[in-house]
Design a protein around this ligand. Structure first.
Ligand SMILES: [Zn+2]
Length: 130
């Protein structure tokens, strides 16, 4: 995948501005601290929470991911593989719960990437106290 693409930061847990610093503190979405984010990018200093309540919009992105996942699995299992709808729903519910941390992180990275353009030359601004 090209490093200049906005999908790079979404897929690889990177800052959408520099594609170098990590977005979330932990690498894995399935750790106990899956929701902890850096306040600023550790590489370029880009604020990862631009304003209070910024990530409310990520909730709708997350909803879209759940919908896409549900529709894709429905067509694969019920329409294509002819799995009974009851068994499909019994299997779907735990997978939606288990994928919650993954979709949470994916939605937040996607949401910030919408509003941030890639700038590989951005450097951390050092503020000197005088
Ligand atoms: Zn950065």
């Amino acid at each position: 995948m090209l490093k200049d693409s906005p999908l790079y930061s979404i897929a690889f847990n990177k800052c959408p501005r520099c594609h170098q610093g990590d977005f979330f503190v932990t690498k894995s979405a399935f750790s106990r601290r899956f929701d902890e984010m850096h306040t600023d990018c550790p590489h370029c200093g880009e604020p990862l929470t631009p304003e209070p309540g910024f990530y409310w919009g990520a909730m709708f992105v997350s909803y879209a991911f759940y919908t896409i996942y549900t529709l894709l699995t429905f067509f694969v299992f019920v329409q294509w593989l002819k799995v009974d709808l009851d068994y499909y729903l019994i299997g779907l519910t735990p997978t939606l719960v288990l994928l919650t941390p993954y979709f949470f992180r994916l939605a937040r990275r996607s949401w910030l990437t919408i509003f941030t353009s890639y700038d590989p030359n951005k450097q951390r601004v050092q503020i000197k106290n005088t």
